[in-house]
Ligand binder design. Sequence first.
Ligand code: CTP
Ligand code: MG
Length: 183
Amino acid sequence: MNPVIPTIIAALWLMLPAYITNASAAFFGGKTPIDRGIYWGKNRLLGDGKTYEGLLKGFSCGFLFGILQHLVLSGYITITPSFGIFPFFLVTLFCLSAGAMIGDLLGSFMKRRLGLKRGTPLPLVDQLDFVGGAWLLLFLGARAWFIETFSLGIILAVIILTPVLHLFTNYIGFKIGKKTVPW
Ligand code: CTP
Ligand code: MG
């Protein structure tokens, strides 16, 4: 088999908890801004698009979905890498979903510091902030597993495929009225 295909499958499988986290936060949304409406300088600290409800629902959905993935398939066939052995896979999944939410917050924090209002596009940051956050937390909390599992090929696949998937799912989110802008 073309080695690119297994790499892509492994990349998507490994990042799925982070993808579900991000998509669920947007799908469920919320009302209570994490920054409580406060400003830093002329701009909001994070903005109304970052809420407690979105954060908690996003994290919970991604984390639980990861457990499901792990129970159903992880490690049984070589094409879907394992999230680790019990109980360590729980740490891995925590880092993936909590990291995704932290990365998303950092992305919005950066956008506000650049003076960009909520929903203004910032290419690459919008699509990859949550990936960066997930990888940062994995590097801090599950370093050996992260280095062993995320080959260069997988990392490249994630960086290339995530923006494409992100734009596609956000367009769907926009069409079903869950997002105010299609990015
Ligand atoms: N969301 C939320 N709480 C979070 C993260 C996301 O409620 N912690 C919801 C919000 O409804 C948000 C939507 O998910 O509007 C999409 O997230 P994102 O695209 O990151 O937010 P934007 O509204 O585009 O704002 P920003 O400019 O800060 O990225
Ligand atoms: Mg964002």
